[in-house]
Design a protein around this ligand. Structure first.
Ligand code: TYD
Length: 138
């Protein structure tokens, strides 16, 4: 399964009068093995999360509840993805600057990651990120 660019992935959904069900499987719906899962919650209005890129980590971001925007930047252009359904995931490959903002009240962002947490995998300096992209180093 090859996937190199950011994209919205529609996950399976089983609509049921008892309540709906969705799921995600590694290598089936996403192109990586899940090594870590974390979630963002109780985000106060107006706050912004993220604001970095990863050298290696890939991820799938799902709005399990509520809604928020994910702004992706490949060093050339920015694209805003509005996530507001729990059966859509945004695939973010490595080497993309990403920010999350406009969280609705009680929103819950689930992130499936391809690597364990590693501080050294982060690029926090936007100018450095753009330079690395420009030089084809990331
Ligand atoms: P950080 O990735 O900086 O948050 P944001 O998504 O806003 O960029 O993470 C915030 C803090 O949480 C940081 O001190 C590291 C810690 N953290 C972990 O220990 N493990 C994790 O998997 C993540 C995502 C963060």
């Amino acid at each position: 399964m090859m996937m190199k660019s950011p994209q919205i992935i529609q996950l399976p959904k089983f609509l049921d009068v008892r309540g709906n069900l969705s799921f995600v499987e590694q290598f089936n719906h996403i192109p990586f093995e899940i090594k870590r899962t974390y979630w963002l919650y109780d985000v106060p209005g107006g706050e912004c999360r993220g604001g970095h890129a990863y050298w290696e980590n890939q991820e799938l971001i799902i709005a399990l509840s509520g809604s928020f925007d994910v702004v992706l930047d490949d060093g050339l252009e920015k694209t805003i993805y509005h996530l507001n359904r729990s059966y859509y995931g945004l695939y973010v490959p490595k080497g993309i600057w990403r920010e999350m903002e406009n969280f609705s009240t009680n929103s819950l962002a689930l992130v499936l990651s391809s690597t364990p947490y590693d501080e050294k995998d982060y690029i926090y300096d936007y100018d450095e990120f753009v330079r690395l992209k420009h030089d084809d180093k990331i």
